[in-house]
Design a protein around this ligand. Structure first.
Ligand code: GLN
Length: 492
C-alpha cells in the first residue's frame, strides 16, 4: 500500500506495516507532515507544529523495531494535540491572544502518557478560544474548515483535532469536552469521538474551562482506535484530585461482544422533535440496525433535557469566570503596554487579551456567582444538575445504553451563527447533559445527509461503562461501514 493511503488508515493497518518492516515510523511521520503541507493551507487545523519532537519519537520507535523490542500498541501512530493541553517546551495557547507566546514549562499527564507510549505528537491544533464554542470560529488565530466541505465549520471546540484527523493530517487526536466539544466536531467531520466518564482521564495540564465538566478524550477514525487511545490516557493521577481510583480495563477487550438482549433506549426528547429530516432517518436506521443485532429498543423520556442548556451556561460560565481569573498579565502570557498603574494593567490586559465570547462567559459567570444572585442562579443550577443526574440514574436502571443524534443537524456554514450566540449554544442540546451527569458518551458516524455531510449518532452509558459503550459503538460501526476517506480523497 502506498504510504499516502496508509497514513489515512486507522492504526491497526499502520501497525501491521510497521511490524512487518514495510514502512518505518519515521516515514509515517514524514508522510503526515507532507499531508499537512499539502492540505492544511485549506483546512487550517494546526496552530503550530512540533516536528523535532515527532521525529525524535518516531526514531525511538524504529530503534525498538530494529532491536525486536516490544512496542506499545500505538507506538509510531501520529497524533494531533488540542492546543489547550500542555506540551513541555512548546506553545500552548488555548487559541487565545492572552497565551499567544506562552511556552509551556510542563507536560499534561496525558501528554506524558502519549510520550511514554511513543506516540509522535505532530503539533498543536486549533480550538475555540479556551474551548468556548461549537464551531472553532472563536479562535483568536484562524478559522478551521471542515474537510468534507471547506465552507462549513468543523464543529467545536475541538475543531482542529477533528479536522486534522478527517483530512488525513494525523491518524488520531486528543480533544477536550466540557459540553460536547469532542462529540460535536467528531459528528460534523465523520469521526468517532469519545468523552470518558468524568474523572476517568486526568485533567492535570488541561487548561481549565469548567473544571467539574471538562474531560479529555480521543477523536479517531474508528472505534478500535478510540479504545486504544483511551487505554493510553485513562487512570488515576495524584495530580488531579478528581481523577478516579478505578481499575482501568483493556477497553478493546469487549469490542466484538455479542449485544443480543442488550437494552437500548432512544431519548424521546432528542429523537422526535426538531431534527433535520436526514438526521431523523439516520436515527431510525441506527435503531433498525440494533434491532437486527438482537438488541431490545425502548423509549426513554428525559424531560429535564429542556433545562440543560440553561443549567450548563450557568455552571460552566461560573467556573470559567473563576478559572480565567489567573490570566491577569502578571504571571504569564500577554501583558498590555502603556498602562498607568496595576489596576489599569489588569483591565487592559484582559480587555485586549480575551476575545468576545470569552468575555461574554466571564461576565455571565461573574454575574451568576455574585452575592444576591448566587442562590437564584448558581445554587439553583446545581440543584437542577442533580436532578438531571437522577434522571440518568433511573434511565440506566431500565436500559444499558441511551441513543440520540449527536446534534439535531449537520455542520453549518462558516459565519452563519456567529452573530447569534443562542443559536450556537443550541447545537449542544444533545451533548451537554452527559457532562452535567458525568457519564461517558460518544459519537459514531452513521450516514451522510443530502449535502453529503456526515451525520453522527450519540451513545451514552452509565458512569465507568466505557467498555460497554465501545462495544455497542463497535457493533454499529461494523454494520454501517462509514467511509471516512471521502474528504481525504477530495482534498488532494
Ligand atoms: N459548545 C459548548 C460551549 O461553548 C461546549 C464547549 C466544550 O465542550 N468545550 O461551551
Amino acid at each position: 500500500m502506498d504510504i499516502k493511503e496508509l497514513i489515512s488508515k486507522p492504526s491497526s493497518e499502520q501497525r501491521k506495516a510497521l511490524i512487518n518492516k514495510e514502512v518505518s515510523a519515521l516515514e509515517l511521520t514524514n508522510a503526515a507532515y507532507e499531508q499537512i503541507e499539502l492540505t492544511d493551507e485549506k483546512v487550517a487545523a494546526y496552530n503550530s507544529l512540533t516536528k523535532d519532537l515527532a521525529v525524535e519519537t518516531a526514531k525511538k520507535v524504529d530503534e525498538k523495531i530494529k532491536n525486536n523490542e516490544e512496542l506499545p500498541p500505538l507506538a509510531g501512530i501520529t497524533l494531533a494535540l488540542k492546543d489547550n493541553i500542555n506540551l513541555k517546551s512548546y506553545p500552548t495557547t488555548a487559541s487565545s491572544k492572552i497565551l499567544k507566546n506562552f511556552i509551556s514549562p510542563f507536560d499534561a499527564t496525558v501528554t506524558k502518557k502519549l510520550k511514554s507510549n511513543l506516540i509522535p505528537i505532530l503539533g498543536k491544533v486549533n480550538l475555540d478560544e479556551f474551548a468556548m464554542g461549537s464551531s472553532t470560529e472563536n479562535s483568536a488565530f484562524k478559522i478551521t474548515r471542515n474537510p468534507w466541505n471547506l465552507n462549513k465549520v468543523p464543529g467545536g471546540s475541538s475543531g482542529g483535532s477533528a479536522a486534522a484527523v478527517a483530512a488525513g493530517e494525523a491518524t488520531v487526536a486528543l480533544g477536550s469536552d466540557t459540553g460536547g466539544s469532542i462529540r460535536l466536531p467528531a459528528s460534523y467531520c465523520g469521526l468517532v469521538g469519545l468523552k470518558p466518564t468524568y474523572g476517568r482521564v486526568s485533567r492535570y495540564g488541561l487548561i481549565a474551562f469548567a473544571s467539574s465538566l471538562d474531560q479529555i478524550g480521543p477523536i479517531t477514525k474508528n472505534v478500535e482506535d478510540s479504545a486504544l487511545l483511551l487505554n493510553v490516557i485513562a487512570g488515576l493521577d495524584e495530580k488531579d484530585s478528581t481523577s478516579l481510583n478505578q481499575k482501568v480495563p483493556d477497553f478493546t477487550k469487549d469490542l466484538k461482544k455479542d449485544i443480543k438482549g442488550l437494552k437500548i433506549g432512544y431519548i424521546k426528547e432528542l429523537c422526535t422533535e426538531g431534527l433535520a429530516p436526514d438526521v431523523s432517518e439516520t436515527v431510525k436506521k441506527s435503531l433498525e440496525i440494533y434491532k437486527s443485532l438482537g438488541a431490545e429498543i425502548i423509549e426513554i423520556s428525559l424531560p429535564l433535557i429542556k433545562y440543560s442548556i440553561a443549567v450548563y451556561y450557568i455552571v460552566a460560565t461560573a467556573e470559567a469566570s473563576s478559572n480565567l481569573a489567573r490570566f491577569d498579565g502578571v504571571k504569564y502570557g500577554f501583558r498590555a503596554k502603556d498602562v498607568d498603574n496595576i489596576y489599569d494593567m489588569y483591565v487592559k490586559t484582559r480587555a485586549q487579551g480575551f476575545g468576545d465570547e470569552v468575555k461574554r462567559r466571564i461576565m455571565l459567570g461573574t454575574y451568576a456567582l455574585s452575592s444576591g444572585y448566587y442562590d437564584a442562579y448558581y445554587k439553583k443550577a446545581q440543584q437542577v444538575r442533580r436532578l438531571v443526574k437522577n434522571d440518568f440514574d433511573s434511565a440506566f436502571k431500565k436500559v444499558d445504553i441511551l441513543l440520540s443524534p449527536t446534534c439535531p443537524h449537520t455542520a453549518f456554514d462558516i459565519g452563519s451563527k456567529v452573530q447569534d450566540p443562542l443559536s450556537m449554544y443550541l447545537t449542544d442540546i444533545a451533548t451537554i447533559t452527559a457532562n452535567l451527569a458525568g457519564i461517558p458518551a460518544m459519537n459514531i458516524p452513521v450516514g451522510l445527509d443530502r449535502d453529503s455531510m456526515p451525520i453522527g449518532i450519540q451513545l451514552q452509558a452509565d458512569c465507568l461503562q466505557e467498555s460497554k459503550l465501545l462495544n455497542v459503538a463497535f457493533q454499529l460501526e461494523q454494520a454501517v461501514q462509514f467511509d471516512y476517506s471521502i474528504p481525504i480523497k477530495k482534498l488532494v
